[in-house]
Design a protein. Structure first.
Ligand code: TYD
Length: 132
């Protein structure tokens, strides 16, 4: 998947006892190899600042809110995540920065691969070069 980002609705099972959302089957277009989460992020700090060569990631604001700036080398777009039943699918070779975390925000990340620094592009000029 090497294209545009997508907001994907995660099925929600509503109940007077509370909501339940589940990610399975074809909800996201990859098998999950890794799960990590960001929390206790100070409101004035930012995360991300890289692109991936192969790996796909699906981000969910499990609690609170934060913004994701997506940059494909030509255009930048800002997406706010603030619902546990909506996720952001980030394709390969998309620069992302996460900022404006609300207090108590939790960003869950489902990834298509294990952690491998070789898959990261952390230098913005190198990223732009790779898009040519
Ligand atoms: P970093 O990529 O800077 O996090 P983010 O993109 O969310 O801002 O990662 C922070 C540190 O954590 C860095 O030293 C690499 C390490 N790390 C792992 O060891 N395993 C992982 O799965 C991830 C995502 C990061």
């Amino acid at each position: 998947m090497n294209g545009e980002f997508k907001i994907i609705n995660i099925p929600k099972i509503s109940d007077p006892r509370g909501n339940l959302s589940v990610i399975e089957k074809d909800c996201i277009p990859f098998g999950i190899k890794r799960v990590y989460y960001l929390y206790d992020v100070p409101s004035d700090s930012y995360r991300g600042g890289h692109a991936h060569k192969e790996q796909l990631e699906f981000l969910i604001a499990l609690s609170g809110s934060f913004e994701v700036i997506l940059d494909n080398g030509k255009y930048k777009e800002k997406v706010m995540l603030n619902k546990p039943n909506k996720g952001l699918l980030i394709p390969t070779r998309m620069w992302r920065e996460l900022e404006n975390f609300s207090s108590g925000a939790v960003c869950l990340v489902l990834a298509s691969d294990v952690y491998d620094e070789v898959d990261y592009i952390r230098d913005y000029d190198e990223f732009l070069e790779s898009k040519r």
